[in-house]
Design a protein around this ligand. Structure first.
Ligand code: PA5
Length: 425
């Protein structure tokens, strides 16, 4: 169960009238699919309606990929890769103990990064999961072409059928056309679920299953979230309460930015996913908080000074997971040359926890308020629940802000200019 707490003097000064009187109306907009962008509210009950045959198909496909190949390259950008990466990093860690490797490509057009991944793949027996709802996004399309070329260095065209798995629209787009023409196995991204809400569909589920993580447990957590975070009562629903808090800090206390914080490097991808979820959903009509991210205590040694004493423009939202999967005990050393025996026999997690408590106190007693979203342990089920918590919080907060949470018209501007420069007809 997710616990939400808030610390800082601002919280007692917030005026709740407007929010309190909008809760039921906004909850209805989400549940009855009547709000702006309602065509993209399919995620609200997607998990509980998920056909068990689809889950089985994804599990069987993942098993097949893991036994026929030694690695998978996931090709996608934005909502078509961030969620899967968030879950895989969070559960398996940054240096997983698994012979089967997962690479990500198509989220950048960096030559250095792309070359490094292609060089790794050259010596691997790899499969491809190419993911694009539109089927036309430049970054993944280019990466897909490069990966197919790499496969064709060693294999014939027929082989592509075995090695390529495409996740895309049911009927539209170039990727759908190519997949159908060439007989690639495909999974469908539902029409009514947008990219940044798609981790609970085959977009996220296939890569997650390929990383040997239980998608059944993940989906269980989402289904529990469907119940817990749809209650139209701020005191009983921490997702709506958090959505309201961030809106009030923006609209009444005029904070410009929300900084997502984790004390666990393997959860950094979760807060990267969060940045996309909130910034792309809310940043329109010249409004919204800018979401940023930091990993503490690492970034306390770069951003800590600014947060403590610099411009008071941000508040923090800390993702705090009480239990660590691993345990390291600090050894007692005779002679205490490095003078660290004051923490001898304590766990590293205990020390990290004191750093969290001390930092929360230091920042909130200065000018940086903080929300803490805490969870006991982050396994696949808790993670499904947590991501759904943020879906609901995001939709609620965006409707309070009076923006359509489900479009991203601004993203098209750079694309049009880029295609003009590249000479696409
Ligand atoms: O959330 C979104 O809709 C976007 O981030 C898209 O997922 C991203 O732009 C990739 O689009 P596509 O899946 O069409 O390639």
């Amino acid at each position: 169960m997710i616990k939400l707490t808030s610390t800082g003097k601002d919280f007692s000064q917030l005026k709740w009238d407007k929010v309190n009187s909008s809760v039921k109306e906004i909850a209805k907009k989400i549940d009855n699919r009547t709000g702006e962008g309602a065509d993209f509210l399919g995620w609200t009950n997607y998990a509980s309606k998920l056909d068990p045959k689809l889950i089985k198909d994804i599990e069987t496909t993942a098993k097949e990929i893991r036994s026929n190949f030694d690695s998978l390259v996931v090709i996608g950008i934005g909502g078509s890769y961030l969620g899967a990466k968030a879950v895989i990093d969070a559960i398996n860690g940054l240096y997983p103990n698994d012979n089967f490797e997962i690479f990500f490509l198509g989220q950048t057009m960096s030559t250095n990064y792309t070359k490094q991944v292609l060089n790794k793949l050259r010596n691997k027996n790899f499969a491809i999961n190419v993911i694009s709802k539109s089927g036309t996004t430049l970054e993944p399309s280019l990466a897909f072409r490069l990966c197919k070329n790499l496969l064709l260095e060693k294999h014939d065209k027929e082989y592509l059928k075995k090695a390529i798995y495409a996740t895309t629209d049911s009927s539209k787009g170039l990727l759908r056309k190519e997949a159908d023409t060439n007989g690639y196995k495909t999974f469908v991204i539902p029409d009514d679920v947008g990219g940044r809400f798609s981790v609970i569909t085959p977009v996220g589920l296939l890569p997650i299953a390929c990383a040997d993580i239980s998608i059944k447990d993940f989906i269980k957590g989402v289904i529990e979230g469907e119940k817990e975070y749809s209650i139209a009562d701020l005191e009983k629903n921490p997702a709506y309460k958090y959505g309201a808090l961030r809106y009030l800090l923006y609209s009444q206390k005029h904070y410009a930015s929300e900084m997502y914080i984790t004390y666990e490097p393997q959860y950094k991808s979760i807060i990267e996913w969060l940045k996309q979820l909130f910034d792309e959903s809310e940043g329109k009509d010249n409004k919204a908080l800018l979401c940023s991210s930091a990993v503490f205590s690492t970034d306390l040694h770069s951003l800590g000074q600014f947060i403590q004493e610099g411009s008071p423009c941000l508040f923090e939202t800390i993702l705090w997971v009480e239990e660590s999967n691993e345990k390291i005990e600090i050894p007692f050393v005779k002679g205490d040359e490095d003078q660290l025996n004051f923490v001898a026999k304590k766990t590293l997690n205990y020390v990290n926890t004191q750093a969290y408590k001390a930092t929360l106190d230091a920042h909130t007693s200065s000018h940086t308020p903080a929300n803490v979203i805490s969870i006991k342990k982050l396994d696949a089920k808790a993670l499904g629940n947590l991501l759904y918590f943020f879906f609901r919080a995001c939709a609620f907060s965006a409707y309070l802000l009076n923006v359509n949470p489900f479009n991203q018209p601004g993203v098209e501007v750079y694309k049009k200019k880029m295609f003009t420069l590249l000479g696409r007809k």
